[in-house]
Design a protein around this ligand. Structure first.
Ligand code: IMP
Ligand code: MG
Length: 168
């Protein structure tokens, strides 16, 4: 994880240099990455959060996306970086990027720790991604299964039997 986060931070520091940046973490999965990343950023930085969740019928399948921008600072005229834990179908970041552009952001880029290979359902792609992973459901380092496991200091594939059984 550390090497991945360092790589992402280096790219941002190079890209933005001393241009101000607003980083918006997508709750809740991005919180661990957000905390680790921002401490390595050197440009004038604002940090905020917004909420996006897909209601999942089958626990590990994407569902209808619900977005809440009420927690977010004003972004009109700002260069914004959306930060999420994982790019899966891409529907979340695709929709959020549109919404932030509609709010008047000067530019909207996106960054994820992980990209799941072969799952993307949209044309949108994140601008920065540290690691590609196979199509497995993963937890840890902010990623959850029914709000469990976010605190694991590493990322691990969830045992399919545990997915089938659910958590208590
Ligand atoms: P997307 O809209 O399909 O790209 O999904 C993005 C969101 O789904 C992420 O912000 C995660 O919250 C969640 N997600 C997708 N894949 C996984 C996974 O393997 N483990 C945990 N959460 C996931
Ligand atoms: Mg998420």
């Amino acid at each position: 994880m550390e090497a991945g986060v360092r790589k992402l931070a280096t790219e941002l520091n190079r890209q933005y240099a001393d241009r101000p940046l607003t980083v918006l973490g997508v709750l809740t999965g991005s919180v661990v990455l957000l905390a680790d990343l921002i401490r390595q950023l050197e440009m004038p930085l604002r940090v905020g959060v917004l909420q996006a969740r897909s209601y999942r019928g089958v626990a590990t399948e994407p569902g209808e996306l619900v977005v809440n921008l009420e927690l977010m600072p004003a972004v009109a005229g700002c260069d914004v970086l959306l930060l999420d834990d994982i790019f899966d179908t891409g529907r979340t970041l695709d929709e959020l990027a549109r919404r932030l552009e509609a709010c008047g952001a000067t530019s909207v880029s996106s960054m994820v720790l992980l990209t799941k290979v072969g799952r993307c359902e949209v044309e949108y792609r994140p601008d920065y991604s540290a690691f590609e992973i196979p199509n497995e459901f993963v937890v840890g380092y902010g990623l959850d299964y029914q709000d469990h496991y976010r605190n694991l200091p590493f990322v691990a594939a969830l045992d399919p039997e545990e997915i089938a059984a659910g958590t208590q």
